[in-house]
Design a protein around this ligand. Sequence first.
Ligand code: SF4
Ligand code: SF4
Length: 322
Amino acid sequence: MSEKPKIALYWCASCGGCEESVVDLAEDILFVVDNVDIVLWPVGLDFKKKDVEAMPDGSIVASLINGAIRTTEQEEMARMLRRKSQVVIAYGACAQLGGIPGLANQFSLETILKFVYEEAPSVVNELKTRPLERFKDNGRTTELPGLWNVVRTLDQVIDVEYYIPGCPPSPKLLKEAVLALLSGHLPPVGTVLAPDIALCEECSKKDTKPTDLKFESFKRTHLWEVDPEKCLLSQGFLCMGPATRSGCGALCVEGNMPCTGCYGPTSRVRDQGAKFLSSISSSIGADSVEDIDKILVGIPDPVGTFYRYGLPGSMLKRKVVL
Ligand code: SF4
Ligand code: SF4
């Protein structure tokens, strides 16, 4: 009997949602385990790092790595899986673009640690104790991974062949990627394994999207009622559909929530946030600075709105803190 192709699944700086999407394969997971040999999946199976280290370089057909890179351990694991794998797939928004953890690139590491361990309203830490990377006590040594100053995308650390977008990716995209790996019919290196059209194209409200928008206010869903029959952008809700890749089935929009952009840009867009920001800016229905400012009050968190999933992978990458 010929050996099944070996697959590794690993997580770095992520929330666990990408791991859930693997479980969401439901009965298709039986097809996957029938056809591949999973050699590493810390969230689901008890494999050891040393067993993967002992495998010959290139012996894993594909590693699907989710999460951004923030710690020394994540970088070490990503580099090890790169050596062992023929193909590396950046799985999910955090690995592809930096994701929600990438919003930390607005602050210095010291600012984050000071807030988390000293200043957060729920923290009581009079001695200002912080975790140490290395701690010796009573003859025992405990080690923790170090934190890098910035959050990086996977391809800012190792070479990546393919990307599966989404927060999290849909099980359908994962299944299609596994089928492509098994068949050997792989697209050109660098391909994002999802349809290369804007989300608006698969949205059931697209026929009500006006070509000429004029925003007189920006609305937030917890303050205003959404008309389920009409394009959300036309109602003043910031729906990132025009600047976002399709492939999720317009999940949020079909639930009457604006798209927040988790599938990232299409191949024709270099910077998803800049693209959306520029189209919004040209559609503000006011002329004076005062009136424009009043409209912009409806966007209280511009970075979290326009770069929610992609600050490290954007042209901006980070806020430079001097
Ligand atoms: S902007 Fe949003 S609601 Fe409007 S068509 Fe595009 S995806 Fe649908
Ligand atoms: S509608 Fe937008 S935010 Fe929601 S899953 Fe799809 S791409 Fe992600």
